[in-house]
Design a protein around this ligand. Structure first.
Ligand code: PMP
Length: 361
């Protein structure tokens, strides 16, 4: 068996010990004679898995008790629409800070329900930087302010939590949750699809301040109602048990590795290695993001000569490094280096990039 270093942006690489454990437990979970995904979600076995996953996520991310945790379907995108239905009145003002592709997606989801104010927009600058906080045009009566903590495609990351005063701050943490310590109490709501830092695709996590769930919101069916999901332990209908179980294994793995403090150190070292190669390549490689806004999780880069792209990808694959092709929105390359990407993988990529430059420079 040979596993490649997989730099995919999500679905993304999972920790090997987690894959091994899942493989081991697939025929017979804890001696019950069936896998966990063949058992009722309402049975004691899965109820235990679900409760443990929540407890572990609470520990991992230091989620205060006055925040509820939901495990839902529909990915991050569904949550982007549901936040309008659950926390705004029809046509109410909401503020969006857009620093990349996913911030644009987020505001598209609420347009049918809200009066969207784009408080700041990085697009005129090509999403290469975060517009200065002093330029944001926030609305005092907004239901919330939304931003994207890490832009997975453009490689733009907030390294501080913006101060937006009394209006609740909502943040898309799809591609950076649990990558470093976070003061959850600064937020009204944090959400993300699991398929980058938390586990497999198919389950999304919502962390929401409980008092916000008392807002009336807009007319909606029960299945679109966060309050109902909370009351039903995120099991209003059949939940994605396999995904939830696997995410739970990833939480345990992260805790055993030393938690978010340890991952913050590893992630800083990993990103540092790649930016160093890029910045010292004399222009052979290029990353266009302002240094202070560069992502630790997703590093988009370009070769100075795009006609070398195909050879770069092919040689990388031959050397056991896959999924480096950039998103179609940007082109070029992208290395996604979430918690589960070992430092050895990033070292291998850095060495390969230097070697490729030497041969083709
Ligand atoms: N937000 C961010 C930051 C993302 O990276 C993605 C997916 N790449 C999404 C939202 C959309 O997530 P999903 O596919 O889970 O709906």
């Amino acid at each position: 068996m040979s596993r490649a270093f997989n730099f995919a942006a999500g679905p993304a690489t999972l920790p090997e010990p987690v894959l091994r454990q899942a493989q081991e437990e697939l025929m017979d979970w804890h001696g019950v004679g069936a896998s966990i995904v063949e058992l009722s979600h309402r049975g004691p076995e899965f109820m235990e898995v679900a409760a443990q996953a929540e407890a572990d996520l609470r520990r991992l991310v230091s989620i205060p008790d006055d925040y509820a945790v939901l495990f839902l379907q529909g990915g991050a995108t569904a949550q982007q629409a549901l936040m309008a239905l659950n926390f705004t009145s029809p046509g109410q003002r909401v503020d969006y800070v857009v620093t990349g592709h996913w911030g644009k997606t987020a505001l598209k989801q609420v347009r049918p329900y809200c009066d969207v104010n784009v408080a700041a927009d990085g697009e005129p600058g090509g999403f290469r930087d975060i517009p200065g906080r002093e330029t944001w045009k926030l609305s005092p009566d907004a239901a919330y302010v939304h931003y994207t903590a890490n832009e997975t495609i453009h490689g733009v990351e907030f390294h501080d939590i913006p101060d937006v005063g009394e209006v609740p701050l909502f943040a898309d943490f799809s591609s950076s949750i649990a990558s470093e310590p976070l003061d959850v109490s600064r937020f009204g709501l944090i959400y993300g699809g699991a398929q980058k830092n938390l586990g497999p695709v198919g389950v999304a996590v919502v962390i929401v301040r409980r008092d916000l769930l008392e807002r009336a919101g807009q007319p909606r069916a029960e299945i679109l109602d966060y309050r109902a999901h909370l009351k039903g332990d995120s099991m209003l209908n059949t939940p994605p048990t396999w995904n939830w179980y696997l995410a739970g294994l990833v939480f345990k793995w992260m805790l055993a590795e030393g938690g978010v403090e340890e991952f913050a150190r590893r992630n800083a070292r990993k990103a540092g290695l790649l930016y160093d190669v890029i910045d010292h390549s004399g222009g052979f490689y290029r990353n266009d993001v302002a240094v202070a806004a560069r992502s630790r999780m997703n590093i988009p880069f370009f070769l100075h000569d795009p006609s070398l792209d195909a050879a770069f990808l092919e040689r990388a694959a031959q050397n056991g490094m896959i999924s480096l092709k950039g998103h179609r929105v940007l082109g070029g390359m992208r290395a996604s280096i979430y918690n589960a990407m070992p430092e050895a993988g990033v070292q291998a990529l850095a060495t390969f990039m230097r070697d490729f430059q030497q041969r083709n420079g």
